[in-house]
Ligand binder design. Structure first.
Ligand code: WT7
Length: 645
């Protein structure tokens, strides 16, 4: 198969930070041959109140990783104050576009600094101190960005819980890290949903979270909500009393900055912990180079701040680089399918970063929604979250980008803190669907199942990383043992990503998807074990096994095989009860697309469910089920195939 290669245009290379592959290669070699010198140089972009003593040290066996040890800094200072001090206080830092197209707001660096300082004082005067955990459960409103930076300013550790998660999920996340305060809003608006009961959901969670002392409530819609006196405080009332003078707390490079929960292949969600210095350096540096950010560019990442993409590439990376960053409260299909493109024109967006699932959903509505809008400001396009396939790549390139914008397909993870494998605009010839080459300092390897490195090109294997980089997570909150087990124990000496990949004849990396029991549904990361647990809580259910299957829009859909108690018959009601249980336990984004009732699951003689077979059936690859002779009862498979959904 020959793949068309898209070379960067002469124009795009001329002004790019990295303007050809030779320059990339030279810097890359430096970054991996002399990492101490390299990362010391890059860290100069950040303002430190005390210089580090040691650039880096890592031990992948014990899971001990440190960057810029001894260095001191404050993230909010780096994202706000220093730009103001440099005379850029009047530059727009944040453009907020509301769900309703008539609503938007702009914050200059001066204004954002004032808001952040005020809320930092609010937190302080309500007993929040350095090291305390603060949970943020909000929709995409400016106060979310303000609250994050306010935490960073006083050294509190934020833990953002995506606004679609259920009360139960919120409660578990708050309890796992014993958050002292919760910040939420009255109700939320998103697309046609104009009354998302955030405070009601928060109240339900907080009934069972002994560590929460205060709930701060932003008035977003003005919908009436109940406020518990003494515990609950209105954001606007507290802000009105607060001073805008709040000196930034000096933090150690390795002090925690935030916790972000993500799903794994087993057990409860993991509290991925990122620290201060290395994370900020890496987020800022990758943001500048991968998006080729130049002064004055208007940059929009459509992700939700509830996920890592929003942390690193709406807030921390862009603001550290004194970018103008856009934040959008709504959804791509409301009021119509042209909403993204209307916003691009309205704010003259130059750099646009989104997920393939959104592109697929928009592509099938036809080109007219795009063609109505000029989009002449666009210069660079990006994707993240899942592999991008030819059809949506071509549509993105030709219809959205008019054949003049390069596309950067960026591979990374919650755990990596920032982009890991990616083209650099201006330098990297693109092969659609390939994330291309490693970023500076990143040493990917492909491993066999036994953990041997696979050399050369034209090979496939398990994707692992050979050495640390500044943005890598430092631990799982409260469970360093699980951190070691999950990422380092299986292949000693490597960070294991959980993804498979191919390195083609030219050394390009192609991510082939998760090799563990983690699904990627519309860019949301979902652990099959969590969904199975939630289904198991529905009355009448005996056991469930969940796998992914290819889905036109979502990338992967959720396929659930369910066995019921002996005296229970499959019914609409049970089906509904299962969906409700998942919604309550996790959130609506984890609801199965297909439920197949079965009297038995394929198990080995030792009782282990053979997911490989379930996956094949869900994918409709029933001709390649492989060896089923190790099953306790091979006849189970026939019934499963016959009743396939
Ligand atoms: C998983 C991480 C940080 C990005 C948002 C998702 C998949 C991510 C790509 C890409 C193919 C990708 C991987 C990865 N993924 N980017 N460009 N091409 N797959 O973060 O929720 O931590 O999920 O998303 O499978 O392991 P996440």
């Amino acid at each position: 198969m020959t793949v068309k290669v898209y070379k960067p245009s002469v124009d795009s290379s001329k002004n790019a930070w990295i303007s050809d592959l030779d320059q990339y290669q030279k810097l890359y070699d430096e970054s991996v041959n002399n990492p101490d010198e390299f990362w010391a140089g890059i860290a100069e972009r950040i303002t430190w109140t005390k210089k580090w003593e040691k650039v880096r040290s890592f031990d992948f066996i014990e899971g001990n990783i440190k960057y810029y040890e001894g260095g001191k800094l404050n993230v909010a200072y780096n994202c706000l104050d220093r730009h103001v001090e440099d005379g850029h206080g009047d530059q727009t830092a944040l453009i907020w576009e509301g769900n309703n197209p008539a609503e938007d707001k702009r914050f200059t660096y001066n204004e954002l600094k004032d808001e952040v300082s005020k809320f930092a004082n609010v937190l302080k005067s309500n007993g929040i101190e350095k090291g305390d955990r603060v949970c943020l459960y909000m929709q995409m409103i400016p106060e979310l960005t303000v609250a994050m930076l306010a935490c960073a300013r006083i050294g509190a550790v934020h833990s953002i819980v995506f606004g679609a998660f259920s009360s139960d999920s919120l409660r578990d996340r708050i309890n796992d890290s014993a958050c002292k305060a919760l910040i939420t809003q009255d109700t939320g608006v998103r697309g046609k949903k104009l009354n998302i009961p955030m405070k009601v959901k928060a109240d339900k969670a907080v009934k069972e979270t002994p560590s929460i002392e205060h709930v701060f409530v932003v008035k977003r819609t003005g919908e009436e909500v109940s406020m518990e006196s003494g515990r609950d405080l209105w954001w606007h009332e507290e802000m009105a009393k607060a001073s805008n003078d709040c000196p930034p707390q000096e933090m150690d490079a390795e002090d925690p900055l935030f916790i972000l929960y993500t799903s794994g292949s087993t057990g409860k969600p993991k509290g991925v912990l990122h620290t201060t210095g290395g994370y900020l350096v890496y987020a800022a540096y990758t943001h500048e180079l991968v998006f080729d950010y130049h002064e004055g560019d208007i940059y929009w990442c459509t992700a939700d701040i509830g996920w890592i993409t929003g942390h690193s590439y709406i807030v921390y990376g862009p603001l550290a680089n004194r970018a103008t960053t856009v934040m959008f409260e709504g959804v791509p299909n409301s009021p119509d399918f042209g909403r993204f493109w209307e916003i691009v024109d309205k704010h003259n967006i130059n750099i646009f970063y989104t997920a393939p699932t959104a592109l697929r959903a928009l592509m099938r509505e036809g080109d007219d929604w795009v063609l109505k809008h000029g989009l002449s400001s666009l210069r660079l396009l990006g994707t993240v979250g899942e592999p991008i396939k030819e059809p949506e790549w071509n549509w993105y390139y030709n219809i959205v980008g008019k054949g003049k914008c390069q596309i950067v397909d960026t591979w990374w993870q919650t755990e990596t803190g920032g982009i890991m494998i990616t083209p650099l605009p201006g330098a990297t010839p693109i092969k659609p669907g390939s994330a291309t080459f490693p970023f500076f300092g990143i040493e990917p390897v492909l491993l066999t199942e036994e953990g041997k490195e696979i050399e050369g090109n034209g090979v496939s294997g398990l994707l692992a990383i050979k050495a640390a980089w500044p943005g890598i997570m430092r631990t799982l909150y409260g469970d360093h043992e699980r951190f070691k087990q999950t990422y380092f124990a299986m292949y000693p000496g490597y960070y294991f990503t959980g993804d498979g990949a191919r390195r083609d004849e030219d050394g390009y990396y192609w991510i082939t998807g998760r090799v563990d029991d983690v699904l990627n549904v519309s860019g949301h990361r979902i652990g099959t074990a969590e969904v199975e647990g939630a289904i198991g809580k529905a009355e009448g259910v005996a056991e469930a096994a969940v796998v992914g299957f290819p889905h036109d829009i979502k990338g992967q859909g959720i396929y659930a095989y369910v066995t019921l108690m002996a005296d229970v018959e499959p019914s609409e009601d049970i089906q509904k009860a299962i969906l409700k249980s998942v919604t309550n336990d996790i959130g609506p984004h984890s609801k199965p697309d297909k439920i197949q009732f079965t009297s038995a699951l394929p198990k080995t003689r030792s009782g282990k469910i053979m997911r490989r077979i379930l996956r094949k059936i869900a994918e409709n690859e029933i001709d390649s089920l492989g060896d089923i002779s190790t099953l306790a009862d091979p006849s189970v498979v026939d019934a499963l195939v016959q009743n396939r959904k």
